[in-house]
Structure formats: C-alpha cells, structure tokens
Design a protein around this ligand. Structure first.
Ligand code: SF4
Ligand code: SF4
Ligand code: SF4
Length: 267
C-alpha cells in the first residue's frame, strides 16, 4: 500500500535530498510518528488509513519544527494532510520554520477521517495518495443558537472540567512560545485546579487568533473532552469576517493582528 508515497520517500532518502522523512509507522498494531532516515525502513510507513482519527493523526509539524530548529539549514521531508499543510504555512508565516528546508508529500484524508475530524479542508494542495473529499462546513452551529448568557453558563461548566494538564498547548503546532503565558503566575495561579476561570482558556483563545489552523488536535488531546475547537473557531470566524484571513491558507501571510502590531510609518 501507499506505493507512490513510499517510492517518493525512498527517492528523497536515497538521493540525500532530505536528511530524514517524518511520517507515521505501524508498530505492534499501533500507529506512531517516525523519522525515516534510511530507504530500508520504508516498508513500515503507514498513512494511518483505516485507523480512528485519534490514532491516525499526530502533531508531525510540531515535531518537524523542533527538528528544523535543531538542524539549522538541513532539509527534512514530512507527510502532510490538509491540516499539516496549513500548520506548515502558518509556522513559516510566524518565522518558526523555513519552507525552503521542507519537502512536503501530501496525503488526502479518507472520508471516514475527514468526517471524524469535521474537517473544512481535508486535503493539501497536492497529494500522492487519497481522494478529494468534499469538505464540511465545520462551524459549531449548536453554540451559535444559544443566547450569550446560555453560552456563558455552558462554557463555565466546560472550563470547570479542566485539569490544567497543558495537553491542549503541548500538542498544538501553533503553541511555539519559549515562555508560555499560561505558566506565568501573573495570569494563572499556581496549584489551582481548575485553572482560573475563564482566564486560562481565554488567554489561549486570544493567542490562537490568526494562528489556529483548525487541526483539532487540542480537542482530541483534552482528557476532559472540552470542545476547545469551537472556541478557537469562533475567534477565527470573527477574524475571517473582519479581515478575510484564515491562518495557513495563504503561503506566507501573517495574521492581520500581527500586521496591526507593526509600528506606523514615520510621518
Ligand atoms: S485546532 Fe487546536 S491544536 Fe490545532 S492549531 Fe488550533 S488551537 Fe492548535
Ligand atoms: S498558550 Fe499562548 S503563550 Fe502559551 S505557547 Fe500557546 S500561544 Fe504561546
Ligand atoms: S487539554 Fe483540556 S484539561 Fe488539559 S489543560 Fe487543556 S483544556 Fe484543560
């Protein structure tokens, strides 16, 4: 299976075009991320097809960011779904990676995976395996139908379930800060569970404005099943309406708030 991808990765590794190729591997029945460094290993490559959403997806772009930052100037390859491609673009826009160092092999998600992720764009620009599945409108309409006070009560109840494990931040490709505000005592009181309501979650939501690529990994990782994606979709819907901007959709575009933060030109 996945002959076209395996052939291309073999070529990349054999010619030295990349130092390693980041993808998935099936090991003892489990899918996990793996950095392929030799063509001899390629038979083990998997795209996670047939697995559940949580088993088929990993924050490969987050791992790639660390690799690139620790191997200055060296090229790496990555297997990228639609969400991974958006993350790569957004990371480049935020100067975390250079796309010149990255060789992308695209894969379109299966219908089963795209539906499980409620994905609005389940394929990259180009792909070697998979078929184009019609995207769904991923907007959380059930929240929109509620009054502001009802929403406040619902979110409060959700946030009270938070155990402050930082899983949402740790898995997020766009949480790349060396120092995180969520660990600052000025923002979040140490030793309190649930964390300060609603500060912890609103700070993260604000930081995801113009950054979140709607990969859904945070929500998948959350042990308290808090519908985090709905929150980030909401703030990014506002950005899209006001500024016609979605993170990761355009190759090198930075968030409009990033642009606004630039000092005005001297008069
Ligand atoms: S969906 Fe969650 S994990 Fe993915 S980019 Fe947005 S905030 Fe980060
Ligand atoms: S939560 Fe905010 S400060 Fe913390 S890593 Fe994410 S973007 Fe950076
Ligand atoms: S992953 Fe869920 S429980 Fe953990 S800090 Fe984030 S919101 Fe809270």
């Amino acid at each position: 299976m996945y002959h076209a991808i395996k052939e291309r990765v073999t070529e990349l590794l054999s010619t030295g075009e990349v130092k390693g190729f980041l993808a998935l591997k099936k090991d003892n029945g489990h899918i996990k991320p793996h950095l392929y460094v030799s063509p001899d290993e390629i038979d083990q490559l998997s795209i996670g097809d047939g697995e559940t959403a949580g088993d088929a997806r990993y924050p490969l772009t987050k791992i790639l960011t660390m690799l690139l930052q620790n191997h200055s100037g060296e090229p790496f390859g990555i297997l990228a779904r639609g969400c991974d491609q958006r993350a790569l673009r957004a990371l480049a826009a935020w100067n975390q990676i250079s796309l010149e160092q990255v060789v992308v092999i695209g894969v379109a998600c299966s219908e089963e995976l795209a539906r499980a992720c409620n994905c609005g764009l389940p394929y990259p620009d180009e792909w070697l395996e998979g078929e184009q599945i019609e995207p769904k409108d991923p907007r959380p309409v059930e929240w929109e139908a509620k009054s502001p006070l009802q929403r406040l009560d619902l979110w409060r109840a959700e946030f009270e379930k938070c155990i402050k494990c930082y899983g949402c931040r740790n898995i997020c490709p766009m949480c790349f800060c060396k120092e995180c505000s969520l660990e600052s005592e000025d923002v979040v009181t140490k030793g309190e569970i649930p964390p300060d309501l609603p500060m912890f979650h609103l700070v993260r939501a604000l930081h995801m404005i113009g950054r979140c690529v709607d990969c859904g990994l945070c929500e998948e990782a959350c042990p308290a099943s808090i519908p985090l994606r709905a929150l980030y979709k909401k703030v990014n819907d506002i950005v899209e309406t006001r500024f016609q901007f979605r993170a990761g959709i355009e190759q090198t575009e930075q968030s409009p708030l990033h642009k606004i933060a630039e000092p005005p030109a001297a008069i």
